[in-house]
Design a binder for this molecule. Structure first.
Ligand SMILES: CC(C)(COP(=O)(O)OP(=O)(O)OC[C@H]1O[C@@H](n2cnc3c(N)ncnc32)[C@H](O)[C@@H]1OP(=O)(O)O)[C@@H](O)C(=O)NCCC(=O)NCCS
Length: 170
């Protein structure tokens, strides 16, 4: 299958925080942010796979600083590495005031999406990712151990089979 570059499917989504998106403290509700991250990541994975995708997992997400009503957030999603039927997508969020003042990073997370065949609704083979710069190569290299960790945590892999993770401790 033909390799595809990260830039071929990079997805950028912008949202303004409206009253309906907030909690009673007038800050963005965490669940709404996760939803947007899932949408941006899913669009990115769909472009990479040229297929429908389903979210298989979301790795650790932390909410360190509140994002207030009226701010504008930018969500950037990039594929890091594809396996057989799944692709890992890095999703990062930055925020700024409506005027563009006080820009800052806010959250990030790794999502895993599975390419889904439209007819059978079963997983399908997805194209490999071709990293072309240092940052893409670093995320590509780290994807193997993140995959092992999430498969162990979801009960899909025995710790003894996690060769990449084990090599970290040698
Ligand atoms: C994700 C899903 C398609 C996997 O189906 P499955 O029958 O388990 O298929 P497989 O065992 O062949 O796994 C398919 C791929 O998913 C990956 N996968 C499955 N569960 C995973 C998890 N928890 N974390 C990371 N990857 C996972 C497998 O590693 C495999 O990837 P690979 O082919 O690249 O190695 C299926 O579990 C599903 O449909 N889940 C619901 C998806 C959904 O509705 N998402 C929205 C959330 S509400």
């Amino acid at each position: 299958m033909q390799e595809k570059r990260v830039s071929d499917s990079e997805t950028i989504m912008t949202e303004i925080i409206m009253p309906n998106d907030t909690n009673p403290l007038h800050n963005l509700m965490g669940g709404n942010l996760l939803r947007w991250m899932d949408i941006a990541g899913g669009i990115c994975a769909g472009k990479h796979c040229a297929a429908h995708v389903a979210t298989a997992s979301v790795d650790h997400v932390s909410f360190q600083k509140p994002i207030p009503l009226g701010e504008v957030i930018t969500i950037r999603a990039m594929v890091t590495r594809a396996f057989t039927t799944s692709v890992e997508v890095y999703v990062e969020v930055s925020t700024a005031q409506f005027t563009g003042a006080n820009p800052r990073q806010s959250n990030d997370a790794y999502f895993t999406f599975v390419g889904i065949d439209k007819e059978t609704h079963r997983p399908l083979k997805v194209p490999p990712v071709l990293p072309v710069n240092q940052e893409e190569q670093r995320r590509y290299d780290g994807a193997l151990r993140r995959r092992e960790l999430r498969l162990i945590l979801s009960g899909r892999m025995k710790p003894a089979d996690a060769g990449e993770l084990k090599s970290l401790f040698k």
